[in-house]
Design a protein around this ligand. Structure first.
Ligand SMILES: Nc1ncnc2c1ncn2[C@@H]1O[C@H](COP(=O)(O)OP(=O)(O)O)[C@@H](O)[C@H]1O
Ligand SMILES: [Mg+2]
Length: 249
């Protein structure tokens, strides 16, 4: 069974001037697959992600996660935005365990797991730091550690590294590759950066603007594990050229 199944999905935002944001989207995501949604600003990438997250409802068509129609947000679908919305008055540890604490889980159930997720995201030394004491990249790590601690099997990431400087962005891409290969999560990753999509994804869905449609599905023919050096290889650059051509069409 697919982790995510989307069929003939459309979304129109109502209003005096309705916005037809998505049209006739078909998409299947396998358990453990890394999918990138690639397209220009305004093509409906965030809308699609928000529908999968359950923040928005489709106007038409079908959307299922693990076979069940998505009616509302849930802990099995963790969302990472461009800015990690951390509680500024809580330290890293308290931010990361906030979800399970609020859910009334006993400490024994989440503490060891939270420590492991902080270790995986390179934050073990920073558990007592407040968000204001962290760099942008570190705050994004906390955001990732938080959804991992929630135990979400599906990670929905909306340009999570878009606000970071180029160097930090590369470090975070490497981190995400290692987290993904260790934990086997299903990832839907929104980006407008072709390099980022090729480096990270198994499958890239290229979207066109207004109304957002999927124009091309690309299986990235590059084996894993992948590292940053890959971005200078011939196969990488050929694929990048192909995608650029398709986007211009
Ligand atoms: N809540 C909303 N109400 C009305 N229009 C919206 C809303 N959210 C997004 N839109 C519009 O839908 C289109 C797609 O937006 P979005 O999904 O944010 O695109 P992207 O993430 O690819 O930049 C845009 O034209 C945007 O202005
Ligand atoms: Mg967006």
């Amino acid at each position: 069974m697919s982790a995510i199944t989307i069929q003939r999905l459309s979304k129109t935002y109502p209003g005096a001037q309705p916005v037809h944001a998505l049209d006739d989207i078909d998409l299947q995501v396998r358990q453990g697959e890394f999918v990138a949604l690639l397209g220009p600003s305004g093509c409906g990438k965030s809308t699609l992600l928000n529908l999968i997250a359950g923040f928005e409802q489709p106007s038409d068509g079908e959307l299922r996660v693990d076979g069940k129609p998505v009616a509302k947000p849930g802990p099995e679908r963790g969302v990472v935005f461009q800015e990690a919305a951390l509680f500024p008055w809580l330290n890293v540890w308290d931010n990361v365990v906030f979800g399970p604490q609020m859910a009334g889980k006993p400490k024994a159930e989440y503490e060891a797991h939270a420590h492991e997720m902080l270790e995986i995201t390179g934050l073990s030394q920073f558990t007592k730091h407040l968000p204001v004491q962290l760099s942008g990249g570190m705050r994004q790590r906390v955001g990732i550690a938080r959804v991992l601690t929630l135990g979400s099997q599906v990670l929905l990431m909306d340009e999570p590294f878009g606000a970071l400087d180029a160097q930090t962005r590369l470090t975070m891409q490497e981190l995400l590759l290692s987290v993904w290969s260790r934990l086997q999560k299903t990832v839907v990753f929104v980006t407008h950066d072709i390099d980022e999509a090729i480096l990270l994804a198994d499958t890239i869905y290229v979207m066109s603007a207004r109304p957002g449609r999927i124009t091309t599905r690309i299986d990235v023919p590059i084996e894993r594990p992948r590292s940053l050096e890959l971005t200078t290889s011939d196969v990488f650059n050929r694929l990048k050229r192909d995608i650029m051509r398709q986007i211009r069409h």
